[in-house]
Design a binder for this molecule. Structure first.
Ligand code: 13P
Ligand code: SF4
Length: 322
């Protein structure tokens, strides 16, 4: 289980070159490395990445890359997915403590016992889970293909959906399927305050609310558009509207502002006066740690082969069904 350790020891400044951007570019060439980054990474990491995307796009890039080394600027389950797809490549994660509350909310032993109660059900798991949970699943999905994947399952086939209950509820609503849900959630997407979002909308009546399906129903019911991070970004580009309230991790706003400099993006407020809408796990990665990971070729993602082989099948199914 991976938990965020906010106090993890920072690199010594005197170990680091003046120009981290050039030093990272040089190391990338030297190692034939590619940097894959999620939209929730800090701005500098997004700016140095070769590819930025949502979980589906990142998995597709990981499946097709010809690089020898993958530096995954995201969280552990994402780098793990890249390693499952590329057992012979070196997969690096800048900070091994970059876990995920949602993945942690589904421990393999408890999930195995839960699954045993529903022997005739297939398991569709959201990609935000550990390799062990993937190995216990039949199909993996992401927020961008969950509805489509569930719609491709024959109607008489009962389904367990894990681990995110909020995404699960959203998929039930969109597909009309009656799925059994695991009771997991993301600390970031459950932090948004319905009351404060409604107040913000009163102050900005022209603004559209864009929300990630990991948010609670109380927030989703106010959304003008619901989608994965890539889908939210595309919507903000294609919309003729100029003001948006963003109910997901605010790292995505960097790309929204870059692609739409004339538009305004307002982060949806959390329930308390904290920065809890920032993912504490994603934010453990820094440009310094990206540099050090490439320089020292560590921390490396390692997965027991038996688990990797079992976890590969449901990921491959997802890639075929997407
Ligand atoms: P997507 O980028 O696939 O929408 O997922 C969001 C998320 O929470 C990743 O941890
Ligand atoms: Fe996990 Fe939520 Fe962070 Fe995504 S935003 S990595 S689901 S804790």
């Amino acid at each position: 289980m991976f938990t965020a350790n906010i106090s993890s020891k920072p690199p010594q400044r005197n170990d680091l070159p003046e120009d981290l951007f050039s030093a990272i570019e040089e190391l990338k060439k030297e190692l034939n490395a590619v940097i894959l980054a999620h939209y929730y990474q800090e701005n500098d990491i997004q700016d140095i990445a070769d590819y930025i995307g949502d979980s589906l796009g990142l998995s597709q890039q990981a499946a097709s890359t010809t690089a020898d080394v993958i530096l995954f600027a995201g969280v552990h389950f994402m780098a793990e997915t890249a390693k499952i797809l590329n057992p012979n490549k070196l997969v690096l994660l800048p900070d091994l403590e970059a876990g995920c509350s949602l993945a942690d909310s589904c421990p393999p032993d408890k999930f195995r016992a839960f699954k045993a109660q529903y022997p005739d059900h297939i398991v569709i798991s959201y990609i935000n889970c550990t390799a062990e949970i993937k190995a216990l699943s039949d199909i993996i999905c992401t927020s961008s293909n969950a509805v489509s994947i569930v719609n491709q399952i024959p109607e008489n086939q009962p389904i367990i959906f894990a681990p995110d209950k909020n995404l699960g509820r959203y998929v039930i609503e969109q597909t009309g399927r009656d799925m059994v849900l695991w009771d997991g959630s993301c600390i970031v997407h459950e932090t948004f305050s319905e009351k404060k979002i409604v107040q913000l909308k009163i102050q900005h009546p022209q603004a559209q609310i864009l929300a990630h399906p990991e948010c609670e129903t109380s927030v989703l019911r106010h959304a003008d558009y619901i989608g994965s991070t890539t889908a939210l970004l595309k919507y903000s580009q294609q919309s003729s509207k100029t003001e948006f309230i963003i109910a997901t991790e605010p790292g995505i706003i960097h790309q929204m502002e870059k692609n739409n400099p004339e538009k305004t993006f307002i982060p949806a407020p959390p329930k308390s006066n904290c920065a809890c809408n920032e993912c504490p796990y994603m934010r453990l990665n820094t440009l310094e740690k990206v540099y050090l990971a490439l320089k020292n070729k560590t921390p490396e993602i390692i997965i027991p082969e038996a688990t990797r082989v079992k976890a590969l099948k449901p990921i491959q199914k997802m890639l075929v069904m997407s």
